[in-house]
Design a binder for this molecule. Structure first.
Ligand code: NAP
Length: 314
C-alpha cells in the first residue's frame, strides 16, 4: 500500500513527488510509456524563474526528476488504465497495463496532449511530414519549406525555433491576429524566415510518400489554394489526458478535472495538479505550484487517515 501514487512525470507530478517524498510519504510516480510531457518537448523555456539563460524543457525536467529521486520517490513506467475505490481499505486501486497497485491517495498530473486538426491526410502523413513536436522533428526539415498551424504561444514559439533549421516557415492562422504573447509576436514579425497566411483554414494534407502540399481555404473570400511545403507542424492547443477518469472524477465539458483551490477533486483522496486541471494559466511554474499544493493536501489526507495529522493552526 502506497501513501500516494502520482500519475504523470511533468512539472506538476515531479514537484508533488519532491514534496511527498520529503514529507516521508511512501510515494510512487507512474510515468507514461507513450505520451511525452509538453514541458520535456519544449525547445526553450524562458519564463521559468531563476533561469535567465536558455533552458531546454528536457534539462529542466531532468533536474526535477533528480530532485525527486534524491528524496526517495519510486518511479515506474506504465500506462494507467483505471482507478477504482476500495471502500473497505479506504484506498484506491490503480490498474496499469502491467499490474494493479493500492494507494491511500492519488495525485493526477497527466497533463494534456496536442489537439489534432482531424483533417484528411493528418494521420496518413504523421511521421512523414506531419509533426506535433518541433524539438523532436525539426532536424528532419533542414533547408526545407515548412508550415506551422496555429496562432497561440506554442505555434509562434515553435515557429521561431524551427527557423533555426528550415529555409522558410509559414505560419497559417485561422484569424487575422495572433493569440500569442506580444513578445513572441514581435519576434516572429521581425524574423525574415517567417511568413504569415491569415484568416485561413487547412482543409487537407496532401502528398505521395511524404507531405507535398496543404489545401487551404481563405475564410474571408472562401477561395481555395494549394500551398506547397515539405512539412507541417500542428500546434492548435491541447486535449487533457483524462479518458481513464471519465465516470470517476468531475470533468468540465472539455475534459479538464475540476478541483478546489487545494487541488481536491470530487473524490476524497484523489487530487489533481497541472495542465490536466481546469485553470486559467497553464505554465511550468503554475504546474509546479499545483504539484506542491496537491502534495500538501494529500499529506494532510493520508495523515488524517492514519490518525497522525497535526490539528490545523487557529
Ligand atoms: P492555445 O493558446 O489554446 O492556442 C491554440 C491556437 O490554435 C489558437 O491560436 C487557436 O486559434 C488555434 N486553433 C485551435 N483549434 C484550431 C483548429 N481546429 N484549427 C485551426 N486553428 C486552431 O494553445 P497553445 O498555444 O498550445 O498554448 C496552450 C497554453 O500553454 C496557453 O495557456 C499558453 O499561454 C501556454 N504556453 C505558454 C508558453 C510560454 O509562456 N512561453 C509557451 C507555450 C504555451 P484562435 O486564436 O482563433 O482561437
Amino acid at each position: 500500500m502506497y501513501d500516494v501514487v502520482i500519475i504523470g512525470a511533468g512539472p506538476a507530478g515531479l514537484t508533488a513527488a519532491i514534496y511527498t517524498s520529503r514529507a516521508r510519504l511512501k510515494t510512487l510516480l507512474i510515468e507514461s510509456s507513450t505520451t511525452p510531457g509538453q514541458a520535456v518537448i519544449t525547445s526553450d523555456i524562458e519564463n521559468y524563474p531563476g533561469f535567465p539563460e536558455e533552458l531546454a524543457g528536457f534539462d529542466l525536467i531532468d533536474r526535477f526528476k533528480k530532485q525527486a529521486k534524491k528524496f526517495g520517490t519510486e518511479f515506474k513506467i506504465d500506462n494507467v488504465k483505471s482507478i477504482k475505490e476500495d471502500k473497505a481499505k479506504k484506498s484506491w486501486q490503480i490498474s496499469q497495463e502491467a499490474r494493479t497497485i493500492d494507494s491511500l491517495s492519488v495525485i493526477v498530473a497527466t497533463g494534456a496532449r496536442p489537439r489534432k486538426l482531424d483533417i484528411p491526410g493528418e494521420d496518413k502523413f504523421r511521421g512523414k511530414g506531419v509533426s506535433y513536436c518541433a524539438v523532436c522533428d525539426a532536424a528532419f526539415f533542414r533547408e526545407k519549406n515548412i508550415a506551422v498551424v496555429g496562432g497561440g504561444d506554442t505555434a509562434v514559439e515553435e515557429a521561431l525555433f524551427l527557423t533555426k533549421f528550415a529555409n522558410k516557415v509559414t505560419l497559417i492562422h485561422r484569424r487575422d491576429k495572433l493569440r500569442a504573447t506580444k513578445i513572441l509576436e514581435e519576434r516572429a514579425s521581425a524574423n525574415k524566415k517567417i511568413e504569415f497566411i491569415w484568416n485561413s483554414r487547412v482543409e487537407e494534407i496532401k502528398g505521395g510518400d511524404k507531405v507535398e502540399s496543404l489545401k487551404i481555404t481563405n475564410l474571408k473570400d472562401k477561395k481555395e489554394k494549394d500551398f506547397s511545403c515539405e512539412g507541417v507542424f500542428i500546434f492548435v492547443g491541447y486535449v487533457p489526458n483524462t479518458d481513464f477518469l471519465k465516470g470517476i472524477l468531475k470533468l468540465d465539458k472539455e475534459g479538464y478535472v475540476i478541483t478546489d483551490d487545494d487541488m481536491r477533486t470530487a473524490k476524497k483522496g484523489i487530487f489533481a495538479a497541472g495542465d490536466v486541471r481546469r485553470k486559467l494559466l497553464r505554465q511550468v511554474v503554475t504546474a509546479s505550484g499545483d504539484g506542491a499544493t496537491a502534495a500538501f493536501a494529500s499529506r494532510m489526507y493520508v495523515e488524517g487517515l492514519k490518525g497522525i495529522a497535526y490539528p490545523p493552526l487557529p
